[in-house]
Structures are given as structure tokens and as C-alpha cells.
Ligand binder design. Sequence first.
Ligand SMILES: Cc1cc2nc3c(=O)[nH]c(=O)nc-3n(C[C@H](O)[C@H](O)[C@H](O)COP(=O)(O)O)c2cc1C
Length: 370
Amino acid sequence: MSALFSPIKLRGLELANRIMVAPMCQYSADNGEANDWHFTHINSLALSGAAMFCIEATHVEDIGRITPGCLGLWNDATEAALKPILASVRKHSKAAVAMQIAHAGRKGSSYRPWEGGQLIPQSAGGWQTVAPSAVPHKEGETAPLALDATGLARIRDAFVNTAKRADRLGIDAIEVHSAHGYLLHQFLSPIANKRSDQYGGSLQNRMRYPLEVFDAVRAAFPDHKPVGVKVSATDWVEGGWDIEQTIEYAHELKKRGVDWIDASSGGVSPLQKIPLGPGYQVPLAQAVRQATGITTMAVGLITEAKQAEEIVASGKADMVALARAMLYDPRWGWHAAAELGGQVSAPPQYWRSQPSTHKALFGPTTFGAR
Ligand SMILES: Cc1cc2nc3c(=O)[nH]c(=O)nc-3n(C[C@H](O)[C@H](O)[C@H](O)COP(=O)(O)O)c2cc1C
């Protein structure tokens, strides 16, 4: 019996296995609106065998986008663009669909990664970014504007507005993006947060805004639908955000009903030193799970079926999230199920691909001809 292919419940959402397709920006939207690329990409990975597909960082306002190509959900046009995609996924896939909701803060106004990923000056079509403090991400960059009370309220309300639109689109779960050096992580990390008001200084103060956003999103999204949080569990910089503070944050989120913590790392400082290697962030998920008992997702260089199985079976994490391995092998979940003796749901159009050595891979199937 595979642990990876055993069911799990996140609040009211039942998942047939422990695999999520991690959110992956596609940098391909027009004015935040999804298009034919997203249609193909999302429909394809909704058939990966993962029980849940998480839509890429979906931004809550236009200046909250990382790049001009980033996806948004802040008005009727961005909502309408996602509607046919969701309708198609529902028709052909049994995967649950989560959406990561995000604000880039001072990491907004960037060129797409394949254009170099650096800050776009306002003179070249970029925009003035906002952040907890007027401290640029990289030395020499134009500083962001420090958010005042009005700005904080606007962005919190934008998260709420996006959560409501996501619910209207039939999204099953929300992941609040509090990682990778984007706005909420900027509040948590003393590297980006130099405020002297109630949102800066002590850990309690640095957590205040992300927790206010979480509370507001949780209250706006239906009770039966789960809300998780992706964290950078450490900045990998001396004097930055670290696993001890992450555990305190997780305790606070637990009090507020968080349904999972997705444990990533880094992103707030170019000075980070990341010890990359297979499953390098798994100990971070494990530490959060052990200290808090929250359902935890491990993410980062999980590429092999047996590796994922071991993470879940040994209790290091409750679920795994995979990004690059899913792009490389969009049927990763099928192949893992075949290897581990699990079962996945596949559309009938593809049933004939079931290997003769794995007759139960797709569960009960029939196909005939005359
Ligand atoms: C193309 C691409 C886009 C990504 N976009 C996002 C994103 O929108 N939100 C996020 O939290 N992480 C994003 N990530 C990070 C992944 O979700 C994941 O945390 C990271 O890639 C490590 O997992 P992996 O080794 O399985 O790729 C992205 C990664 C890739 C490769």
C-alpha cells in the first residue's frame, strides 16, 4: 500500500493522493488575463495524476504582478479569462484545483525570466513597486514605496476580492503566497522589513500584516474550502527569517485555521546561500510538522517516485508538491503510481495507454470495439 497514493482530507476537500502540482508562473498573461497558453498548460497538468493542481501565483492587483506577463484575478476581465479554462478542467479531470494568490511587493515590475528577470525601469514600461519599507531588493535598484495604512488596507482588500472571485470560479482551495521574497514574506523578514510601527520590529509585529491578510482571506472564502500558506521557512541569510520564526508563524496560522503549510525557502535576498540538493527543503517541512502538527507539504527537488513515497511514508510531510519534474514529465503521477502500485484517474480517451503490466493503474476501465 503506497503512502503517496493514500487519500487525505484538507478541511472539506478529499484528495485521492498526496501529490500537488506546485504553482508555476507562466509569465504569459495579457494584462493579467489568462489565454490559450494557460488553457493548454493547466489542462495538461490537471491530467498529471496529482490529486491537486495549484494555479500559478495569481496576483491581486496589477502592480502586485512580478512581471507584466503574470496572471491576475482582480477584475471582471481577469475572472472571465479563467472561466473557460476551469470549465474545461472540470470536464476532463478529477483533480482538485487550488489557486495561489499573491502580491509581489518590491519584486514586482520585473522582466520575464527569459528576458533576464531584472527590474524594469519606469521609463521602460515598469511601475513603482510597494513594500513594507523603502528598501530595494537589490542594491542600486529604485526603492519601493513604503506602504501606509491606506495601502495596507487596499492590498488586504484586494486579497479578499481575489479570494471571492476564486470561489466564484469554483476554485477548491487557496494557497496564500507568503514565500520567495514577495510582499507577505517581505513583511516577515527583517531583511526587507525596517518599519518602526506596529508592522515592524518584533516578530509579533512582522507577522501582523501577513496574519491580517490570512484572516481576511479565510473569512472571505467558504468555510468548507481549505486555505493553505506557502512559506519560505528560512531566508538562508544570517540575521534573516529562519525556521524558528517560521514555526512561530505556523503556530499563529494554526490558531487561525490554516489547512496546510507548503514549506519552501529563500527569495528575499540576493545574498542567500542555498544548499541545493535532492529534497533539500524536506527538513523544513518536517520541522514545521513536528512542532505544530499542521498538515505539511514538502517541495523542492522532489523528482523520484520512491523519494516522494519515503517523504510521506516516514512522516516527514503529509504531501509533496512538484514543480519542474511535472513540466518535464506531465504524467509524473501516472508513472509514480505504476512504480509504487498506486492508482490514478485518467480520462477515457487515454485509457488504452495503460501498460499491460499495470492493469489496475486507471482503476476499473472498459473499452471495446467491433
Ligand atoms: C517555472 C516556475 C515557476 C514558478 N512559479 C512559482 C509560483 O508562481 N509560485 C510559487 O510559490 N513558486 C513558484 N515556483 C517554485 C515552485 O513552486 C517550487 O517551489 C520550486 O520550483 C521547487 O520545486 P521543484 O524542485 O519541484 O521545481 C516556480 C518554479 C518554476 C520552475
